[in-house]
Design a protein around this ligand. Sequence first.
Ligand code: MN
Ligand code: MN
Length: 302
Amino acid sequence: MDSKTAEKYVKAGKILGSVQKKARKSAVADKKLLDIALVVEKAVKDLSEGKAKLAFPVNLSLNEAAAHYTPGTGDETVLGKNDVLKIDIGVHIDGFIADGSFTVNPSNEWANLIEASELALENALSIAKLGLEIGKIGTEIEKTIKGKGFKPVQNLTGHGLEQYVQHAAPGIPNIENNDTRKLEDGQAYAFEPFATDGEGIVREGAQSEIFAVEEARLIRNNHARNVLEFILENYNTLPFAERWIADGLKMSEFQRKIGLRELLKAKCIKAFPVLKEEQGKMVSQAENSIIIHEGKVIKLIK
Ligand code: MN
Ligand code: MN
């Protein structure tokens, strides 16, 4: 990784830190999730003077939903005071992504659950160094979360970050495994422990508001072609929300739906269904990203 690239990661992380502060302030009881999403979108624009962009639609996943929920147009869902809301935001500069999340619960009833994922992240970051075996990170996360009386979500992982690729190899485990691959110089990684009072397994739900290009190819349907062109120009291969297309592309809802449907059918795009804890139990998440530059670990959100 050259110094210019490292600088972009660091800057993306700095902006993300400020966006998170605004998001946290806006995430109070009785607030609509859609309004929180709009605060985040505006903050990215305002704080970066257009230089940074969201790397994916803000994930605002409630309670047993661990990830991949984002409010669509007209979504009336409101944050309840006992709700456990994961706010997961990615910011990129020229495709170099800082990925981070935190969890809020207005009543503080679930403070211990939130603390479990936060402490697991803190402990994982504290052992991160050049050459550390990736499996050791999972061991540390599992130990910390179990020590707090909860379980880690075993089939969700952190990940590498590459330019315009939000989920790159290697997966960073949240449970002990035998991965002997090592943290390498010049690489970027996201650590993201999830804690739950359930079994610790998530399954795909039905609902999808988040999509990404899988393989751009020529497609006959006119609406699909227009939608694909818009997506590639604005989001490249990064995830996007249907709401963003509705706001950015002048076409009827009917045409947009047909376009998206045809793109899905042709496997030009893929959907990210909401991931829910199997037993319907509560889930908390904490996430930060690091780069290893010239042998040193740099945390992207301070
Ligand atoms: Mn991530
Ligand atoms: Mn994330």
